[in-house]
Write a protein that binds this ligand. Structure first.
Ligand SMILES: [Cu+2]
Length: 313
């Protein structure tokens, strides 16, 4: 699959970040930092997804700034304690200093600049991470339904939510393994977990929906999480860049078996992806599991029961 050009915003952003972060990243590398350290000790590895790298860069650079300020403040505190400690044969109160305008202005203005700076960088990175590809840019379009307590995945042929030609996967709640006596072992049967397949290097757009209550689609290794809200479609776009299997979970307390609302993301080659889609087709999973399977069918404008899945995109 030919990689379509990412939008200019993301490209420019990356260039800027590259220029900005080259110095500090180089310094870290030269200091013998591991991939984990470059990832700010967050889950996963650098280069897993494009959004994940934006978040990791923001995280690492924030820590560099915060630690620099921290060491300055701790240093000044210790220095003041040592230099202005009470000496022998000193009595009474030390010299009192208040309404010292230059210092008051300093400790008002500097925090305002810092908070403003973090706000600006957060807003900028969030805008890029939340940027959704257009239909033309999207190569793989998947509709994800959160449901108590599993996930459904609709692999749609086009970006216009046309169900013709698509295939679906119906997930079940995580199954606990049991020992010979039938007691639960605390281990999960990974073979039965819902699996979301995406091809490496493709522009993927995900529609997030809920069949019942608020859930949250979270893949820790991707450094990304977004809620699924009943009656609403949330979207995000990303490029999976590293093949592998990544654990996902629901991150919004959604009822009794919330902790069993697990899934796996399989980032595979284009050939493996095509073979997987074909296997769903051969299994008879043609079409999609749409809103007609929602448990909450009382959204404004719905008539009950909802039979036809109308196009909402
Ligand atoms: Cu949930």
């Amino acid at each position: 699959m030919r990689l379509l050009e990412r939008s200019n915003v993301r490209k420019n952003h990356r260039k800027k970040w590259t220029a900005l972060s080259l110095g500090s990243v180089l310094a870290l590398v030269l200091a013998g930092c591991t991939a984990q350290e470059l990832n700010g000790y967050m889950p996963g590895l650098p280069g897993t997804t494009d959004i994940g790298d934006i978040i990791a860069n923001f995280w690492v650079h924030s820590w560099i700034v915060l630690l620099a300020i921290g060491f300055l403040v701790w240093g000044l505190l210790i220095w003041a304690n040592v230099v202005y400690r009470r000496r022998k044969n000193e009595t009474g109160m030390p010299v009192q200093m208040r309404y010292h305008m230059p210092i008051e202005i300093l400790f008002t203005v500097i925090p305002v600049i810092l908070v403003g700076g973090f706000f600006a960088f957060t807003a900028r990175d969030q805008a890029v991470a939340q940027e959704v590809y257009s239909e033309e840019e999207t190569e793989v379009y998947i509709e994800v339904y959160g449901k108590q307590w599993a996930w459904d995945f609709n692999y749609l042929e086009t970006g216009s939510a046309e169900y013709d030609g698509g295939v679906y996967y119906e997930g079940v709640q995580a199954v606990e393994l049991t020992d010979e006596e039938g007691a639960t072992t605390g281990e999960i049967d990974h073979g039965q977990l819902p699996k979301l397949y995406v091809p490496v290097g493709a522009n993927v757009t995900i529609d997030l929906k809920s069949r019942d209550v608020a859930h949250s689609f979270w893949v820790p290794d991707f450094h990304y999480k977004q809620d699924t809200i009943p009656g609403q479609t949330n979207q995000f776009s990303f490029v999976p860049e590293r093949e592998g299997v990544y654990m996902g979970k629901c991150a919004e307390l959604c009822g009794e078996y919330h902790s069993m609302m697990l899934f796996e993301v399989h980032v595979v080659s284009q050939e493996e992806y095509n073979a997987y889609i074909e296997s769903l087709r051969e299994a008879g999973n043609e079409g999609a599991l749409g809103d007609e399977y929602n448990r909450n069918q009382h959204n404004p404008g719905d008539s009950v029961p909802v039979i036809e899945h109308d196009e909402q995109h």
